[in-house]
Structure formats: C-alpha cells, structure tokens
Design a binder for this molecule. Structure first.
Ligand code: UD1
Ligand code: CA
Length: 465
C-alpha cells in the first residue's frame, strides 16, 4: 500500500506471562504471536516495517530474521511511547502514514486495519493527525480507557493505573492499534512525558497531544472485542488460541472441509486441508501440514509437518510426523509414523506398526505389529505381523532393503544391513542376517517335531486326568 509504513511493538518483557520466553514468541495456533501482525502487514504490502525489539531481542530477531521486516533495538523498556521514539529513528524519511501495531494482539485482521485506514484517510485536508481502534468490553481491567468529550470526540486515553474511580468505569478501551500521520508523529513523539503512575512514556498520550494542538483524532470502534484482545498472561493466551482455532475451523469448513466438532479440532493456522476431507474430534494437526482432498482423519490423530495425499485415511489414534504420504494410503488405527518416511500410493500401515526413516513403494502392506526403521521397501511387498527391522547394532544404524514383491513371513527379524531380493520369501519366524537372493526362500526355523500321545503320558505321570 502506498505511503504506509509500520511499527510493531515487541520489546516488552511480558512480565505477566511469567516466562523466560519473550512474550511475542509464545505460540498461538502454531505461530509465534508476532507472526500475526507481521502477516497482516505483508497482506497490506506496507512499505517499511520496523519491529521494536528489546527483551529477548536476539531470539526475536532470529525467529523473524527472514520475514523481510527491519528491527530497531529499544535497550530499556521505558514504555510504548519510548518504543515508538526508538522506531522513528529507523523511519526518519518516511512520508504518508505510520501504522502502529502491538506484537501481542494476534487476532487483529487486515480487514480492521483497512477500516482504520479508510477512516483516517477520508476527509481530504482535514484529515486527523491520529486515528486509533477502540472497543467496548464488559471488563475493561488492564486496558487504557477512552475518554470522550461532550460531543463524543476522543480527547484522551487513561491507563488503568492512572484512572480515577469514575474513569475505571469506562467500558470503551484502547485496542493498541494506531495510525498516525508521519509528520505529526515525528514532531510530537519526543514531547511525550513519563509523569504517570508507571513512570513510563505512554504512546496513547499522543491523543492528548494531538487534541491539545488543535488536531483531530478519530476512533474506529470495533464491535468484536475478541479481535482486538491483547495477550498479557496465559489465560488470555489460551483464549486467543481457542478463538483462532475456531476461526481456522470456520475457514476450512467454508472451503469444503467437514469438521465434526470444531471445538476439539486443533488445527494450526499454518495447515492446509483439501475439500471433502472429514476431520473427526480430538485431532491435532500442526506445523506445515498439507492434507489432500477426500481424506479422513479419525479421532485422536496427531499429524505434524506432513503431506498427505488425496483420499488417504488416517485411522484413530495414529501419529504421523514429518512424513510424506501418497494418495489412497490407509494408516492405523494406533500406528506411529516417526519422522522421515515416504509412503507411496495405496500402502496399508495397520495397527501397532511403527515406521521411521523408511520409504515404502506402491501398494505394499504392513498390517500388524511391526517396526520398520531405516528401510527401503519396494512396491507390492507384504510385511507379516511382528516383523522387525533390527536397524541398530548398539553403535550405528543400518539400512534394510526389501525389493519389489518380496514376502516377509510373520515374526521375522531382518538384521541390517541386509537386502531381501525381488520376489523372495522369508519364512515365518526367520532371522535374516545375510542377503536373500531374488526369488529364493529363506527360513531359519528348526525342524518341527510331533510326538504322538505325549500330552496324555505327561498328565498320567503327574497324576492328572
Ligand atoms: C497497552 C496500552 C493500553 C491498551 C492496551 C491494548 C500503553 C501505555 N497502553 O497497554 O492503552 O489498552 O495496550 O492491548 O501503550 N512494548 C515495547 N516497549 C515498551 C513497552 C511495551 O515494545 O517499553 C510493547 C510490548 O512488547 C507489547 C506492546 O508494546 O507488544 C504493548 O505493551 P503492554 O505492556 O502489553 O501494554 P498494555 O499494558 O497492554
Ligand atoms: Ca498488552
């Protein structure tokens, strides 16, 4: 957007979080809180974006170093007004308007910011020096109260700790979202004082400065207080998580995904899901997961950082981490896919099967009770119940190769490094330690012996019938 720069305030310690992690790095719906205002500004194509960092500056810089934003250090956190004084050093020559957002207001949408811009930029030459977002809340505790004059014009913001008893009763609060004319901001920011209950430079005091110098201040009163809620403690963090979760579920449902119980579908804002996929209750789908169309994700499933092809079913209580699954795969119930798997079309992975760093070719099956680790498995392979790849010799990990069409009988161990050739058979209960040539049978069972009448004789000896 033309003539628009932005500042995001993110230097505060977040004392009320009681955490060693900087507040803005606490995650909301899978992303650090600060990612939300950063993404809003990306969507608006704001020119210069400066993030004010202070507490945990290095950590915040590391987390957002590649997002295209600039950083300004606020060495001492002397208040939101002081933070903007620091930021303006990085925005010396900007023209137009400066949007100021808080790093701890993650539910704010681009739509609201656009509304504020529209209000602020209407009216030609009589434009306001400053516009801000306010909202009405039942419990205004902790927020700055909006004081209006007898004509309804905003004249001042009073912080909770500076409020008179009467002012404490005001339900209209400052949301911490401002739009200021760059020239006004530059020439007035240094005029802020800190003679208040907290000894801080308050950014909202700009309102009084503007009004005092005969400039206009406009307020956009947002009807949904939830959208502009600030997160100061972990109770509010949980509330924001819930609201964003519901927002995400709603977006997905409107795009064609069936979510049986949106309240218990924990789907991060980073996740993509195709149409006609059905998601059952109690699932956690996180990270950069992409789920195709027509899939089924049953109850209790956890999927992280994975790509799931179309028409694939993940049955109840399965875990899929950092893996790529093709289309029409069936996993679970109670299966565990640890990181690093590549599972092709039509594969079946059944109950109590653990798979790690393994590739499995088209149509292969491991239906029950197996461990497949560090393996390269071809297509059309049948892995019998209880098969174990012994990938670890106590020192290092080794690879098991099972070529196309091989059949692994139940309860076999494949001691890696080892290869079972194309179309070979491994008899049930075999411990394979040497490569099996294609098309052959390997079997390590001792011969089976049947002793007729043995049981009856035994019972007689023990005096039992
Ligand atoms: C602030 C507003 C309050 C408003 C509320 C809305 C002030 C003085 N008060 O209060 O009117 O109702 O937001 O959520 O602005 N920060 C810095 N440097 C500092 C201090 C803060 O960068 O020196 C950052 C914080 O990291 C945070 C943001 O500014 O992202 C807001 O600070 P916070 O302490 O949470 O202000 P509130 O008490 O919530
Ligand atoms: Ca806050």
């Amino acid at each position: 957007m033309k003539n628009l720069s932005a500042i995001i305030l993110a230097a505060g310690k977040g004392t009320r979080m009681k955490s060693s992690l900087p507040k803005v790095l606490h995650r909301v719906s899978g992303l650090p809180m600060l990612a939300y205002p950063v993404n809003v500004l990306k969507g608006l194509k704001a020119g210069n974006v400066v993030v004010v960092v202070g507490h945990g500056a290095d950590e915040v810089r590391r987390a957002f170093g590649t997002t295209g934003v600039g950083f300004v250090l606020q060495k001492e956190q002397l208040g939101t007004g002081h933070a903007v004084m620091c930021a303006m050093k990085g925005l010396k020559s900007v023209r137009g308007d400066v949007l100021i957002l808080s790093g701890d207001v993650p539910l704010l949408t681009a739509q609201t910011v656009k509304g504020l811009l529209k209000l602020h930029r209407a009216g030609g030459k009589k434009r306001p020096a400053l516009s801000l977002v306010t909202t009405i809340v039942d419990d205004p505790k902790g927020y700055g109260r909006v004081v209006r004059d007898e004509h309804g014009a905003v004249v001042r913001i009073v912080e909770e700790k500076d409020c008179s008893v009467l002012q404490k009763g005001i339900n209209e609060v400052n949301a911490g979202v401002y739009l200021a004319e760059a020239g006004f901001l530059r020439s007035n920011i240094a005029k802020l004082g800190n003679r208040n209950a907290q000894g801080e430079y308050y950014l909202p005091d700009l309102v009084e400065l503007a009004v005092g110098s005969g400039r206009k201040v406009k307020a956009l009163t947002h009807l949904d207080a939830n959208e502009v809620m600030g997160i100061n403690n972990r109770v509010e963090l949980a509330k924001a998580n819930r609201l964003l979760r519901l927002r995400k579920a709603e977006d997905l449902m409107l795009s064609g995904v069936t979510i049986v119980d949106p309240e218990t579908a924990y789907i991060d804002s980073t996740v993509k899901v195709g149409a006609d996929t059905t998601i059952y209750p109690g699932v956690h789908i996180t990270g950069d997961t992409v789920i195709g169309q027509g899939c089924v994700v049953e109850e209790g499933v956890r999927i992280n950082g994975s790509v799931i092809g179309d028409s694939t079913t993940i049955k109840s209580h399965s875990i899929v981490e950092d893996s790529v699954l093709g289309k029409e795969v069936v996993v679970g119930p109670f299966a565990r896919l640890r990181p690093g798997n590549s599972i092709s079309e039509g594969v079946r992975i059944g109950n109590f099967v653990e798979v790690k760093k393994t590739s499995i070719g088209k149509g292969s099956k491991a239906n029950h009770l197996s461990y497949l680790g560090d393996s390269v498995i071809g297509s059309g392979v049948n892995i019998g119940a209880g098969t174990i790849t012994c990938n670890y010799d106590g020192f290092s990990k080794h690879t098991t190769v099972i070529e196309d069409g091989a059949f692994i009988g139940s309860d076999s161990q494949l001691v890696a490094p080892v290869t079972v050739g194309r179309g070979a058979y491994v008899g049930s209960g075999t411990t394979v330690t040497k490569d099996v040539p294609p098309g052959s049978l390997v079997i390590t069972r001792t011969g089976e012996k049947v002793i007729a009448g043995w049981a009856a004789r035994k019972r007689k000896k023990k005096g039992k019938k």
